[in-house]
Design a protein around this ligand. Structure first.
Ligand code: OGA
Ligand code: MN
Length: 207
């Protein structure tokens, strides 16, 4: 495919996500990155897990940071902005392009973003919450990219969204799928899988 066409496809994908946010309070793209990149990112988190570098995730921030697996049971690893890993570079570039598009078309003023891998072992979950901290309002938009191969309905692990004034939406964590919503208002929840590890990358766009 030529460069011009690729850019147009990317713009259409970004528009689909933004239109979803406007119409339904969340956007979704089923192939935010290609299958090779999803596999590469999934292998990265598998290796990180095997080598013991994932850390129990916390709730809150700074002085209020606590660990409580009855609220949140995933293990995480932050992604370095200057990563030399080819798949992380593809991911970071794509999110950067999305932010540029958002700032240009939606008058947002996103200046940076943070991303982490998350591994939910069987039966771990993250109870209903919003992503913006009470004492620090920098997080404006959330992005969740799923990294799972051949995820089946019977595997569970749904991401439930609770848009205000609209019915709950249950989203299957299928590899390559990206979900987009506002960090201050969208309540959401990660349900457990009883069958397998559930892997994702969560990112927060900040102003
Ligand atoms: C989070 C979160 C969702 C997911 O990390 O705040 O809601 O599916 N993650 O990983
Ligand atoms: Mn969240």
């Amino acid at each position: 495919m030529d460069k011009g066409q690729e850019e147009k496809d990317e713009q259409n994908q970004f528009e689909e996500m933004i239109q979803g946010l406007i119409d339904n309070k969340y956007g979704c793209s089923n192939d935010f990155v290609n299958a090779t990149t999803v596999t590469g990112l999934r292998e990265n988190i598998k290796h990180a897990d095997q080598s013991g570098v994932l850390k129990a995730a916390g709730i809150g921030n700074q002085k209020n940071l606590i660990q409580n697996s009855q609220i949140r049971g995933d293990k995480i690893k932050w992604i370095d902005d200057k990563s030399l890993n080819q798949f992380e570079q593809i991911y970071l570039k794509k999110v950067g392009n999305f932010i540029a598009h958002l700032n240009k078309t939606c008058f947002t003023s996103i200046k940076s973003f943070d991303s982490h891998y998350a591994n939910y072992e069987p039966n771990s979950f993250y109870k209903r919450h919003v992503d913006q901290f009470k004492n620090e309002k920098g997080r404006k938009y959330s992005l969740v990219l799923f990294l799972n191969q051949d995820w089946q309905k019977a595997d569970g692990g749904l991401l439930s969204l609770y848009p205000e004034g609209a019915p709950q939406r249950d989203i299957s964590p299928i590899g390559g799928r990206m979900v987009f919503f506002k960090s201050d208002e969208m309540e959401h929840e990660v349900h457990p899988s009883s069958t397998r590890d559930r892997r994702s990358i969560a990112a927060w766009l900040k102003d």
